[in-house]
Write a protein that binds this ligand. Structure first.
Ligand SMILES: CC(C)(COP(=O)(O)OP(=O)(O)OC[C@H]1O[C@@H](n2cnc3c(N)ncnc32)[C@H](O)[C@@H]1OP(=O)(O)O)[C@@H](O)C(=O)NCCC(=O)NCCS
Length: 183
């Protein structure tokens, strides 16, 4: 696990000012779907659905419904708050937090369009998400990924996650009391 190096911190500071989270709503849902369809795999951005392969009309509609189901946020029926990630005003991906059974704990997941990856946007978006979780009274943010997802593991490490590998999965926990200072 490592805090960010000086070079990395400089790069992230540059990106940080341009990144903003906006709750997913009817206005940014179509831009979000456009990015997903053009620059991401369905499996990276939504649960599996019975539909023709690729970004078929049925899968696009399921994507809309999946996000609309969480318009109620943390206290709504899914217990999930989804945010569009914007860079310079353009939607580039999504990050969410979902209540866990344990009080004060949420689980997070995120994706970026291919052209937005590898530029340090993920760690900034996660940092913003941690701030939002803390404001909502949360104490810990959990995440799960696979050991081969180098991008996801790297982002979690950069945000101070404690990582544990078990049964071919990586379990991450970020304690909000010990979040490192902003870039
Ligand atoms: C995981 C993800 C959100 C990371 O965000 P990001 O903004 O790309 O993160 P960073 O820019 O800090 O890069 C993280 C690592 O990704 C790798 N990477 C670099 N360029 C990349 C690219 N073009 N595409 C994918 N990964 C890249 C590098 O290993 C980098 O690590 P390093 O900075 O320590 O060298 C993003 O890659 C993504 O959306 N992936 C697909 C969806 C997914 O896997 N989500 C997580 C599910 S648990």
């Amino acid at each position: 696990m490592g805090w960010t190096s000086a070079d990395e911190a400089g790069r992230l500071r540059h990106v940080a000012g341009a990144v903003r989270l906006e709750p997913v709503d009817e206005q940014n849902l179509e831009p979000l779907l456009s990015v997903a369809a053009a620059e991401a795999e369905p499996d990276d951005v939504m649960p599996p659905v019975e539909a023709p392969a690729g970004w078929s009309l049925a899968r696009r509609e399921a994507f809309r419904e999946f996000h609309r189901a969480s318009f109620g946020g943390l206290d709504g029926p899914t217990g999930s708050q989804m945010y569009a990630i914007l860079v310079g005003g353009e939607v580039v991906g999504m990050i969410r937090m979902t209540r866990c059974d344990e009080p004060g704990t949420v689980e997070t997941g995120m994706w970026l369009g291919r052209s937005a990856r590898g530029q340090g946007i993920g760690p900034v978006a996660l940092r913003e998400l941690l701030n939002a979780a803390a404001r909502a009274g949360m104490r810990a943010v959990m995440a799960e990924t696979t050991p081969d997802n180098i991008g996801a593991v790297s982002v979690l490490e950069k945000c101070g996650a404690k990582l544990r590998e078990n049964d071919g999965r990586v379990h991450a926990e970020i304690c909000l009391d010990s979040t490192p200072p902003a870039f």
